[in-house]
Design a binder for this molecule. Sequence first.
Ligand code: MN
Length: 423
Amino acid sequence: MPNYANNPDRASWLHVDPHSDFPIQNIPFGVFLTRDDVITIGTRIGDTAIDLGALQQLGYFDGIPLTEDIFLQDTLNDFIADGRQTWRAVRNRIAELFDANNPSLKSNIQHKNTVLFRLDEIEMKLPVQIGDYTDFYASKEHATNVGTMFRGKENALMPNWLHLPVGYHGRSSSIIPSNTPIKRPKGQTLPPASEAPVFGPSKAVDFELEMAFITTDANELGDTISIESAESYIFGLLLFNDWSARDIQRWEYVPLGPFLGKNFASSVSPWIVTLDALEPFRVASPKQSPEPLPYLQFKGSKSFDIHLEVAIQPENFKETIVTRSNFKYMYWNIAQQLAHHTVNGCPVNAGDMMGSGTISGPTADSYGSMLELAWKGERPVQLDNGTERNYIEDHDTVILRGYCKNKTVRIGFGEVRTKLLPA
Ligand code: MN
């Protein structure tokens, strides 16, 4: 089925600001609570949220094979499990309904009052019930920076790093939607020059600038997903702030890897932007040398040109943008990540989430964490209110944003915003 929804010439009868992340070519999916306290699956055009459950009940999805309550749910999991043909048919229908030249819904005031909401009338929820969460470590710049800090320049990358997308299994219970504040975590740390650990609040709470992809049902136990087919099992992408307590992490991580320093919270943006919508923004991945093993070799453009930024907003002051990066810098792309994840027969289900790992660019102003931006405290980051930061302080709000842009269309992710409260 063609991807009509991406037609760059289409305008909507709903107002869309020229700088909006959500033109009619985006049509992301999310879950929200309406002014009437009803939870529903929805989409967004400009600053208008659209109740897809109500649209379906009014017959606007007739002709598309959907179960009756597919949008009247508190997660997108079942819709995601329906697969790519359904996602595409629904995006195409929404594009048609809100096309400036289509009067059917536009001229029906009663229907419009039922399905349309201002953003201040809704509350965004977590869009999927995340079954399993995996985090990769797929940015060469990030792995090199962290390796250089802890092992020196000569041994920055571990011997396996250029041969496989390194990852670990995270924890889904602490993945939270935007605007959910978190508490500074407590734990064990080893103070500098000490031989015994102490217990207390982390002194090194950090963000990680990441993106994450959400999968549909991909394979049965024992089966693998080829790199050629991997993308057809990816529903879409989110902004992902993988909160990290560096001092807890440093003491605990040997030999099994990240644990309590990572699993106290990770924040996601509320709207899942489909891989279909990102189609116009494909770019070549970084050249891989040495050549990866055959199951990780791919053809075509499998990276995406997504501009990313992080801002820190101190209490009662405006934000300062502390870094600008891009998703295209990732050394291991999402198709490689999913092919690698399933090469041993590990099953992947609808609603699983895979984080990219911190996305650092090549320059010191494009690093994806405070650990790197402030270089473990050696060059503090200056904020516009005259203060400086090595890590995130109590009452700071961290905001991640991302968007793609070409000559005709801008497709964005909005933002994920999280405030850090005291321990
Ligand atoms: Mn991470």
